[in-house]
Design a protein around this ligand. Sequence first.
Ligand code: ADP
Length: 175
Amino acid sequence: MNTARIEIIQGDITKSEVDAIVNAANTSLLGGGGVDGAIHMAAGSALLAECRTLGGCKTGEAKITRGYRLPAKFVIHTPGPRYKDGNHNEAELLASCYRNCLKLAVENHCATVDFPSISTGVYSFPLNDAAKIAVRTLAEELEHCPNIKRVRMVCFDQKTMKAYETALEALKAEE
Ligand code: ADP
């Protein structure tokens, strides 16, 4: 595990000056509400044009585009699981979002990556569980990603930030 390169901040991910931001997309990759809508709005219509060429993306997988008008160089789009009852592979699918996004970041030589809180908005994943899965998966994967200098969870509101801070502290106590 490697928690030293993980940071939690509160903010708007469309403002992040990093190599890649992650978009909590849907499987069409054609835009939606929440952080997805905000990213498309800030990036401009060229992002949607590139997304149209990608043929969608399965839940738990990820695809990369340029960032266009965003300060971020790339956008990594990942559809998180829609939370039903916890018995539909939601936890594993959420972990695989974080894993596949980091993999694409490494393949594209990104050293700094910012994530939103995937699936905890419209997709209703219980926040504290999502936060534990996110930070644990990131900490495990960073062990194998020496070229990634920093990963941040960019939380839109204070409640979300608290949940990720608590999850990260708990993980650090385990190390
Ligand atoms: P999902 O469909 O995966 O649940 P949402 O966009 O509905 O995705 O919500 C995911 C998280 O992103 C929520 O915590 C929401 O508050 C947050 N969010 C919304 N806009 C932004 C933004 N501009 N920057 C960072 N996080 C955002």
